[in-house]
Design a protein around this ligand. Structure first.
Ligand code: SAM
Length: 278
């Protein structure tokens, strides 16, 4: 059995009682840095049966070892240094291996920096795109920046403080200069702060105030209107579909069900719309 256990992104009080319970009972705790996890365990009074280092640099070799342990009946709890494992953290590969091996995987949810930042960004949360860290390699990075231009959803990025100004400059060059952004730093910690500026304003701000701590950047998309168009498009598609099915003589209830499934719009809403159009 594999448990993916969310741990705090800063404030240790955010650790859930269920996370404590699972880590206490696990045969093996797979973690990125045994010292970092050791501090958390000590703070929470958890005596780990076994700590096993599983991180970005050794995951190809250590993943199969953990899978063997689970096949032998051991319970493995995976944590990362902070937040949800598998979200811009090692874990994704282990989950895939476990799924392929037919091992049960369960989640003990915890804070995610991206979602926490998005929630307080003041930007649209209706649609969002999670980008995480941009690649370091320049060609891949340029390609991803090109892709970001196409998005019509709020974009959520992770960045280290020493690279934040470079990221802001790249976003400005990509055309995001006058777009709103929120820079959430040190979430849940003593110096939590949300800086809401346009990208160009942020460039000036961070040139004068050196970025410190961990950052999540939430960014207004370039193609802002596309989101609205998409919604209008969906409603229009629903009407077209309803009319077509009415012509075919399908009963109102069935139309509502089919159109709701096809568009993702509510069944009740589609039932009412079908009555209106019939
Ligand atoms: N798995 C984590 C999660 O659930 O969000 C993310 C881990 S990723 C390796 C680390 C990045 O997450 C940091 O560079 C920063 O961008 C973001 N991050 C993590 N903790 C944060 C915090 N307390 N405040 C702001 N950003 C944070």
């Amino acid at each position: 059995m594999l448990y993916l256990v969310g741990t705090p992104i800063g404030n240790l009080s955010d650790m859930s009682p269920r996370a404590v319970e699972v880590l206490t009972q696990a045969d093996v705790i797979a973690c990125e840095d045994t010292r970092v996890t050791g501090i958390l365990l000590k703070e929470k009074g958890i005596e780990a049966k076994k700590l096993f280092c599983y991180q970005e640099h050794n995951k190809a070799a250590k993943g199969p070892v953990l899978i063997d342990m689970m096949k032998q009946g051991l319970t493995v709890a995976q944590v990362s240094d902070a937040g949800m494992p598998a979200i811009s953290d090692p874990g994704e590969d282990l989950v895939r291996l476990a799924v392929e091996a037919g091992i049960e995987v369960s989640v003990i949810p915890g804070p995610v920096a991206a979602v926490s930042a998005l929630a307080i960004s003041g930007l649209s949360t209706r649609y969002y795109h999670f980008e995480g860290f941009l690649p370091q390699e320049s060609k891949k990075r340029r390609d991803r920046l090109e892709c970001l231009k196409e998005y019509s959803e709020t974009i959520v990025l992770y960045e280290a403080p020493h690279r934040l100004v470079k990221l802001i400059e790249e976003l400005e060059s990509a055309g995001f200069g006058d777009k709103k952004a929120s820079f959430c730093r040190e979430l849940t910690k003593k110096y939590e702060e949300v800086i809401r500026l346009t990208v160009s304003e942020a460039k000036k701000y961070f040139e004068q105030n050196a970025p410190r701590g961990e950052f999540v950047v939430c960014l207004e998309p370039l193609a802002a209107e596309a989101g609205a168009k998409k919604e209008a498009g969906t409603a229009c598609d629903a009407d077209t579909l309803i009319r077509l099915l009415l012509e075919k003589g399908m009963p109102t209830k069935d139309i509502a069900q089919v159109v709701s499934k096809a568009t993702g719009l509510g069944k009740k809403e589609m039932y009412a719309r079908t009555l209106e159009l019939s």
